[in-house]
Design a protein. Structure first.
Length: 232
Protein backbone atom coordinates (compact mmCIF):
# COMPACT_ATOMS: atom_id res chain seq x y z
CA UNK A 1 0.00 0.00 0.00
CA UNK A 2 1.25 3.45 -0.84
CA UNK A 3 0.47 4.79 2.62
CA UNK A 4 2.65 2.07 4.14
CA UNK A 5 5.52 3.04 1.84
CA UNK A 6 5.30 6.65 3.01
CA UNK A 7 5.20 5.50 6.60
CA UNK A 8 8.38 3.51 5.99
CA UNK A 9 10.14 6.64 4.67
CA UNK A 10 9.04 8.63 7.69
CA UNK A 11 10.07 5.93 10.15
CA UNK A 12 13.47 5.61 8.52
CA UNK A 13 14.17 9.24 9.37
CA UNK A 14 12.41 9.36 12.73
CA UNK A 15 12.71 6.20 14.77
CA UNK A 16 10.49 7.66 17.49
CA UNK A 17 7.49 7.92 15.13
CA UNK A 18 4.40 6.50 16.79
CA UNK A 19 2.51 5.05 13.80
CA UNK A 20 3.32 3.45 10.46
CA UNK A 21 -0.29 3.31 9.30
CA UNK A 22 -1.75 6.80 9.66
CA UNK A 23 -0.72 9.61 7.38
CA UNK A 24 -2.46 12.82 8.36
CA UNK A 25 -3.28 15.99 6.55
CA UNK A 26 -3.20 16.91 2.90
CA UNK A 27 -0.42 14.48 1.96
CA UNK A 28 -2.38 11.53 3.32
CA UNK A 29 -5.55 12.58 1.52
CA UNK A 30 -3.83 13.07 -1.83
CA UNK A 31 -1.78 9.90 -1.47
CA UNK A 32 -4.99 7.98 -0.79
CA UNK A 33 -6.53 9.51 -3.92
CA UNK A 34 -3.56 8.47 -6.04
CA UNK A 35 -3.62 5.02 -4.46
CA UNK A 36 -7.29 4.48 -5.24
CA UNK A 37 -7.51 6.03 -8.71
CA UNK A 38 -3.89 6.14 -9.81
CA UNK A 39 -3.01 8.13 -12.90
CA UNK A 40 -6.66 8.29 -13.94
CA UNK A 41 -7.48 10.09 -10.69
CA UNK A 42 -4.69 12.59 -11.26
CA UNK A 43 -5.85 13.22 -14.83
CA UNK A 44 -9.47 13.73 -13.76
CA UNK A 45 -8.53 16.09 -10.93
CA UNK A 46 -6.35 18.24 -13.17
CA UNK A 47 -8.95 18.18 -15.93
CA UNK A 48 -11.59 19.49 -13.55
CA UNK A 49 -9.33 22.46 -12.81
CA UNK A 50 -9.97 23.57 -16.39
CA UNK A 51 -13.74 23.28 -15.99
CA UNK A 52 -13.95 24.77 -12.49
CA UNK A 53 -11.04 27.12 -11.68
CA UNK A 54 -11.27 27.01 -7.84
CA UNK A 55 -10.15 23.35 -7.89
CA UNK A 56 -6.43 23.66 -6.98
CA UNK A 57 -4.42 21.66 -9.51
CA UNK A 58 -1.32 23.19 -7.90
CA UNK A 59 -1.92 20.71 -5.07
CA UNK A 60 -2.81 17.72 -7.23
CA UNK A 61 0.26 18.12 -9.44
CA UNK A 62 2.93 18.02 -6.68
CA UNK A 63 1.26 15.03 -5.06
CA UNK A 64 1.29 13.19 -8.40
CA UNK A 65 5.04 13.79 -8.51
CA UNK A 66 5.36 12.70 -4.88
CA UNK A 67 3.53 9.45 -5.60
CA UNK A 68 5.81 8.88 -8.60
CA UNK A 69 8.88 9.30 -6.38
CA UNK A 70 7.62 6.40 -4.26
CA UNK A 71 7.20 4.15 -7.29
CA UNK A 72 3.41 4.14 -7.40
CA UNK A 73 3.73 5.03 -11.06
CA UNK A 74 6.51 6.41 -13.20
CA UNK A 75 7.46 10.07 -13.39
CA UNK A 76 6.77 9.96 -17.12
CA UNK A 77 3.35 8.50 -16.34
CA UNK A 78 2.61 11.31 -13.89
CA UNK A 79 3.61 13.95 -16.44
CA UNK A 80 1.60 12.27 -19.19
CA UNK A 81 -1.55 11.78 -17.09
CA UNK A 82 -1.63 15.30 -15.65
CA UNK A 83 -0.92 16.88 -19.03
CA UNK A 84 -3.57 14.69 -20.66
CA UNK A 85 -6.06 15.85 -18.03
CA UNK A 86 -5.22 19.48 -18.74
CA UNK A 87 -5.49 19.06 -22.50
CA UNK A 88 -8.75 17.09 -22.37
CA UNK A 89 -10.35 19.68 -20.09
CA UNK A 90 -9.18 22.49 -22.37
CA UNK A 91 -10.43 20.71 -25.49
CA UNK A 92 -13.88 20.27 -23.95
CA UNK A 93 -14.13 24.03 -23.45
CA UNK A 94 -12.71 24.68 -26.93
CA UNK A 95 -15.41 22.58 -28.60
CA UNK A 96 -18.13 24.04 -26.40
CA UNK A 97 -17.08 27.51 -27.52
CA UNK A 98 -16.89 26.42 -31.14
CA UNK A 99 -20.28 24.68 -31.12
CA UNK A 100 -22.18 27.23 -29.02
CA UNK A 101 -20.72 30.39 -30.52
CA UNK A 102 -20.21 33.67 -28.72
CA UNK A 103 -23.84 34.51 -27.88
CA UNK A 104 -24.75 31.17 -26.33
CA UNK A 105 -21.43 30.99 -24.50
CA UNK A 106 -22.10 34.44 -23.06
CA UNK A 107 -25.61 33.31 -22.09
CA UNK A 108 -24.11 30.45 -20.08
CA UNK A 109 -21.86 32.88 -18.21
CA UNK A 110 -24.77 35.20 -17.45
CA UNK A 111 -26.97 32.41 -16.10
CA UNK A 112 -24.38 30.28 -14.28
CA UNK A 113 -23.75 30.98 -10.56
CA UNK A 114 -20.25 32.28 -9.70
CA UNK A 115 -19.49 33.08 -13.34
CA UNK A 116 -19.40 36.61 -14.72
CA UNK A 117 -19.65 37.78 -18.29
CA UNK A 118 -16.76 40.16 -17.58
CA UNK A 119 -14.46 37.16 -17.05
CA UNK A 120 -15.25 35.93 -20.54
CA UNK A 121 -14.94 39.42 -22.01
CA UNK A 122 -11.49 39.97 -20.47
CA UNK A 123 -10.33 36.62 -21.79
CA UNK A 124 -11.73 37.44 -25.24
CA UNK A 125 -9.87 40.75 -25.25
CA UNK A 126 -6.63 39.02 -24.31
CA UNK A 127 -7.16 36.43 -27.05
CA UNK A 128 -8.01 39.12 -29.62
CA UNK A 129 -4.82 40.99 -28.74
CA UNK A 130 -2.36 38.10 -28.48
CA UNK A 131 -3.95 35.28 -30.51
CA UNK A 132 -1.95 32.05 -30.40
CA UNK A 133 0.38 33.44 -27.73
CA UNK A 134 -2.63 33.88 -25.44
CA UNK A 135 -3.40 30.16 -25.69
CA UNK A 136 0.19 29.16 -24.92
CA UNK A 137 0.88 31.54 -22.05
CA UNK A 138 -2.71 31.33 -20.82
CA UNK A 139 -2.00 27.76 -19.70
CA UNK A 140 0.22 29.26 -17.00
CA UNK A 141 -2.16 31.95 -15.71
CA UNK A 142 -4.88 31.15 -13.14
CA UNK A 143 -8.48 31.64 -14.36
CA UNK A 144 -7.22 32.41 -17.90
CA UNK A 145 -5.89 28.85 -17.94
CA UNK A 146 -9.49 27.64 -17.85
CA UNK A 147 -11.26 30.30 -19.92
CA UNK A 148 -8.80 30.90 -22.77
CA UNK A 149 -10.10 27.78 -24.55
CA UNK A 150 -13.55 29.33 -25.02
CA UNK A 151 -12.62 32.30 -27.25
CA UNK A 152 -10.22 30.04 -29.14
CA UNK A 153 -13.19 27.83 -29.98
CA UNK A 154 -15.59 30.72 -30.63
CA UNK A 155 -13.10 32.28 -33.07
CA UNK A 156 -12.60 28.83 -34.64
CA UNK A 157 -8.87 28.81 -34.13
CA UNK A 158 -7.38 25.87 -36.02
CA UNK A 159 -7.79 22.92 -33.69
CA UNK A 160 -4.41 21.37 -34.40
CA UNK A 161 -2.69 24.65 -33.47
CA UNK A 162 -4.81 24.99 -30.33
CA UNK A 163 -4.03 21.39 -29.40
CA UNK A 164 -0.28 21.79 -29.88
CA UNK A 165 -0.05 25.09 -27.98
CA UNK A 166 -2.25 23.80 -25.16
CA UNK A 167 -0.23 20.60 -24.87
CA UNK A 168 3.14 22.37 -24.76
CA UNK A 169 1.95 25.06 -22.35
CA UNK A 170 0.29 22.52 -20.07
CA UNK A 171 3.34 20.26 -20.11
CA UNK A 172 5.62 23.12 -19.07
CA UNK A 173 3.32 24.30 -16.28
CA UNK A 174 2.51 20.81 -15.00
CA UNK A 175 6.15 19.72 -15.12
CA UNK A 176 7.15 22.48 -12.70
CA UNK A 177 4.80 21.21 -10.01
CA UNK A 178 5.10 17.49 -10.73
CA UNK A 179 8.90 17.64 -10.65
CA UNK A 180 8.76 19.69 -7.45
CA UNK A 181 6.61 17.01 -5.87
CA UNK A 182 8.94 14.31 -7.18
CA UNK A 183 11.95 16.00 -5.57
CA UNK A 184 10.02 16.52 -2.36
CA UNK A 185 9.24 12.83 -2.25
CA UNK A 186 12.89 11.87 -2.46
CA UNK A 187 13.70 14.20 0.44
CA UNK A 188 10.52 13.54 2.43
CA UNK A 189 12.41 12.52 5.58
CA UNK A 190 14.12 15.93 5.78
CA UNK A 191 10.89 17.88 6.10
CA UNK A 192 8.82 15.31 8.01
CA UNK A 193 8.94 17.26 11.31
CA UNK A 194 7.43 20.27 9.51
CA UNK A 195 5.10 18.43 7.15
CA UNK A 196 2.00 18.63 9.30
CA UNK A 197 2.29 22.40 9.71
CA UNK A 198 2.92 22.79 5.99
CA UNK A 199 -0.06 20.66 5.09
CA UNK A 200 -2.33 22.61 7.42
CA UNK A 201 -1.16 25.91 5.96
CA UNK A 202 -1.75 24.71 2.41
CA UNK A 203 -5.23 23.45 3.28
CA UNK A 204 -6.01 26.75 5.00
CA UNK A 205 -4.72 28.75 2.03
CA UNK A 206 -6.82 26.74 -0.41
CA UNK A 207 -9.93 27.09 1.74
CA UNK A 208 -9.39 30.85 2.00
CA UNK A 209 -9.00 31.18 -1.78
CA UNK A 210 -12.11 29.10 -2.50
CA UNK A 211 -14.21 30.93 0.12
CA UNK A 212 -12.97 34.31 -1.12
CA UNK A 213 -13.82 33.37 -4.71
CA UNK A 214 -17.34 32.22 -3.83
CA UNK A 215 -18.17 35.10 -1.46
CA UNK A 216 -16.75 37.83 -3.69
CA UNK A 217 -18.48 36.42 -6.75
CA UNK A 218 -21.86 36.20 -4.98
CA UNK A 219 -21.52 39.79 -3.73
CA UNK A 220 -20.53 41.06 -7.17
CA UNK A 221 -23.45 39.30 -8.84
CA UNK A 222 -25.89 40.73 -6.30
CA UNK A 223 -24.44 44.22 -6.76
CA UNK A 224 -24.69 43.96 -10.55
CA UNK A 225 -28.32 42.87 -10.33
CA UNK A 226 -29.16 45.80 -8.06
CA UNK A 227 -27.58 48.22 -10.51
CA UNK A 228 -29.64 46.78 -13.34
CA UNK A 229 -32.88 46.80 -11.33
CA UNK A 230 -32.74 49.49 -8.59
CA UNK A 231 -36.26 48.55 -7.48
CA UNK A 232 -34.85 45.41 -5.90
Amino acid sequence: MLADVIATHVLAAASDATSSQDIDGLAGFMVDLMERLGLVGAAIAVGLDNLFPPIPSEIVLPMAGFAASLGTFSLAGALFATTAGSVIGACILYWLGRLFGRDRTAWVFVHTPLLKLSDLEKTEQWFAKHGAKAVFFGRMVPIFRSLISLPAGVEQMRFWLFFVLTTIGSLIWNSIFVLAGYSLGEQWHRIEPYADWFQRLVILAVLIVVVWFVVSRVLEIRRDRREVDPAD
